[in-house]
Ligand binder design. Sequence first.
Ligand code: ZN
Ligand code: MN
Length: 264
Amino acid sequence: MHPLMMGSLSWIEYQQRLQEEDAIVLLPCGALEQHGPHLPLGTDALISTSVAQGIAEQINGIVAPTVSYGYKSQPKSGGGQHFPGTTSLDGNSLSQLVRDVIRELARQGATKIVVLNGHYENQWFLTEGIDLAVRDVGNASALQVMRVEYWDFLTPDILDKVFPDGFPGFALEHAAVMETSLMMHFHPKLVRLNLIPDVPPSEFPLYDMFPQCSEWVHASGVLSSAKAANVEKGELMANHVITGISEAVRQAFQVKVSVSTMMK
Ligand code: ZN
Ligand code: MN
């Protein structure tokens, strides 16, 4: 039983947290998607869930069950749909799922919801789901929703430390240094260090093709090498992202002092 995980709470505990504390509810979103030979299929969902748990500890929030399926993997950001295990939703399905969950949380009395994204391709479909849910509950509702990609909180000073030889960009970071280091920090037993491929960064044309071109992508599924990943980088990024997003949440929802901070 984890007091911050919605699925661990009874309805009475959950209701109390909403009514007495106006607790912030976090909805982590990820994907079931290949992440090379060295990382698990659930990487995007695992990282967004761990980041959400870290934030919930800082702001005394509640973490709703993770949306563990995501929008279709694209060759230039996730390797593409041709890898076994990459199991994806149509965009409309993802939007409607997120819309339903947010509307339900709001119906129960949640007024502050954070949608925390860990899968690049999800972005606009999460935006659509949030927008429709806000429209569903109407202007009279107190509902406010924040949408955030955790990697946007990796500021240039942190990126300089993690990528001393230059940052390749977040799209090419699929199954590479950022995600591998974060997984070494959050879920070390799920990283197969001896299987990290040593490949040069992928080079892609300036356009997309449909059906997707699987030959654009290295057979391993990684878009650049994770050889430079380590647990220190993972801890540095995790702490920075969790602190930064927690601060942004307090600011966006104008929460003054969290209960967990007061108790320390
Ligand atoms: Zn990923
Ligand atoms: Mn992804």
